[in-house]
Design a protein around this ligand. Sequence first.
Ligand code: SAH
Ligand code: SF4
Ligand code: F3S
Length: 441
Amino acid sequence: MAKRYFIKTFGCQMNVNDSEKMAGLLEGMGYEKAETPEEADVIIVNTCSVRAKPDNKAYSFIGNLKRIKKRKPDTVVAVAGCVPQKEREQILRFSHVDLVFGTFNFMKLPSLLERVKEEGKVVEVLNSKIPEEDRVPLIDSSLENPYVAYVTVQRGCNRFCTYCIVPFTRGRERSVKPELVVEEVKRLAERGVKEVHLLGQNVDFYRYGDTGLAQLLHMVSEVPGIERVRFTTSHPAGFSEEIARAIREIPKVCPYVHLPPQSGSNRILERMNRGYTREEYIEKVKMLKELVPEVALSGDFIVGFPGETEKDFEETLSLVEECVFDQGFVFEYSPRPFTKAATFPDDVPKEVKNRRLTELQELIKRQALEKNRERVGKVEEVLIEGFSPKGTELYGRTPDNKPVAVAGGEELIGKTVKVEIIEASPFFLKGKPIEGTSNGN
Ligand code: SAH
Ligand code: SF4
Ligand code: F3S
């Protein structure tokens, strides 16, 4: 029987993509995917350390694997991703972990597994000073969804926002050669992928020689078979009119921008070292909405950053009022190792962080619902990705990234279908296909 693998992924899309690549490598070695960790011969935990919560979750998941290892001592337990980049010692305290590696060498998984067989415990966490030839080659991902795929176009981050651990876990910013990106997208299209998401921590700053993000969007959109192109995450200091024009002018580029403001207070933005003001943020959103009126906007927010007063928080609320969001992810500040903000007193009480979080979430929810209600009765193009988790309806997204539950059968999966919207909730739409209008791709 073929050996089996199980990968548990925490964290951002970058980690999801790294996991898909590791799965691709394992499948290339003859492994098959296991449904549960109990059934697997190799278990990989791909970890995230951006906030205290995912960090703790990863540790408790790793802790729970002990009983599997006890029952099946031949199982290889591996810990990968961002947590090993910051603290390999703590992971090594788990005696049942066989392999520890990081974000710079996940592509070496096959040889690392070989070494575990020969040497027993293996720890190989590299720092960011890796030579060019060790950078990530083109690896065919094992796709979670056969129609929608991630393509990492930029790794690392140079911005050092004072709260953020990412520059320490992912190293300096580096962009992937455009030819390599296009080659990967071509290979995905040949496998039936219709939608690609170009990923980078600050994807607007993508640059390789003369090629910036706008040019890359043009290049990727020309790949036959690709119907939709998305990119994430944008940074308010890097997002430019040129990029907004690319969204406007290239039909395949979806009108959706994830542009995290983090805060609406200039005082806090400065303490966060974000590199833009509230006014500049609002101006960029105005420019974007003028050029691309149908655009959907989403963002990340941190509440309770050290020193955040009620007045600062009100400025965040007023920025949200002014910009109008379709989706928002609000996080309570938690201090992270190595970061500058970890030296600031974490002085906003937990209850206050919690109240601000709820208040901001409620505001975004109201805005999103109002925008979604305007969609009822309209016809949208929905790329059907599969069945909803309950399995009773189909699930897909509009070009502006709204999830839609669609009544219909299996034959629509992987197709772009015209759907009439019949119901709206804040972050979800419901629709029914209009007879005979599937474009049949
Ligand atoms: N590169 C992206 C996102 C990075 S991490 C960007 O620059 O926006 C994803 C989100 O986690 C961030 O946008 C931020 O809102 C949140 N985050 C990062 N560090 C945090 C911390 N120490 N406490 C709370 N939230 C944090
Ligand atoms: Fe972190 Fe800031 Fe870089 Fe985003 S831009 S990854 S928040 S340091
Ligand atoms: Fe987490 Fe690492 Fe992504 S810390 S958010 S998995 S870059």
